[in-house]
Design a protein around this ligand. Structure first.
Ligand code: ATP
Length: 134
């Protein structure tokens, strides 16, 4: 069996990855998926989290948020609403987004959408974590 699979990661703005990979960990809505070549086919939703993958022995990390994942034995396609490499992350922006979300979650304002604020906090924390891998 092949020891690699094709990995494609795209957002509405750009193609982020198009290469062969040896393995990948992907945040699915029901938890992290560990992918090796020859994985059984599946389609699932992409959550907010960190994608890690290995290409030619080298580890890579991406921060991602929402989308879809299609796994085939020889190809994994990820359509993500947002994806950033560590060096693309604007740390000050993520820090501000984190503080804004924390303020909203702490407030007792009936106008606040707590689910939305919680999601924003998760995205910001994920970006800050991935940015440390620079
Ligand atoms: P903010 O409140 O700072 O806009 P957000 O979590 O609401 O953050 P998203 O809706 O997830 O932002 O993303 C919108 C676009 O901005 C995407 O293309 C995403 O890659 C990019 N983006 C968001 N935050 C950052 C960041 N800190 N550094 C680099 N790109 C970012």
């Amino acid at each position: 069996m092949a020891n690699t699979f094709q990995l494609e990661i795209v957002t509405p703005e750009k193609q982020v990855v198009r290469d062969v990979a040896e393995e990948a960990q992907i945040p699915g809505l029901n938890g992290y998926l560990g992918i090796l070549p020859g994985h059984a086919p599946l389609i699932t939703e992409l959550a907010v989290g960190v994608i890690t993958y290995r290409m030619r022995g080298e580890a890579h990390t991406l921060s991602v948020a929402w989308g879809f994942v299609e796994v085939l034995p020889d190809k994994v396609t990820i359509l993500a609403e947002a994806a950033e490499r560590p060096q693309e992350i604007d740390v000050a922006r993520a820090q501000k987004a984190k503080e804004r979300a924390e303020q909203r979650l702490k407030s007792n304002d009936p106008e606040i959408d707590y689910t939305r604020a919680g999601d924003a906090l998760q995205r910001a924390e994920t970006r800050l974590k991935v940015a440390e891998e620079k």
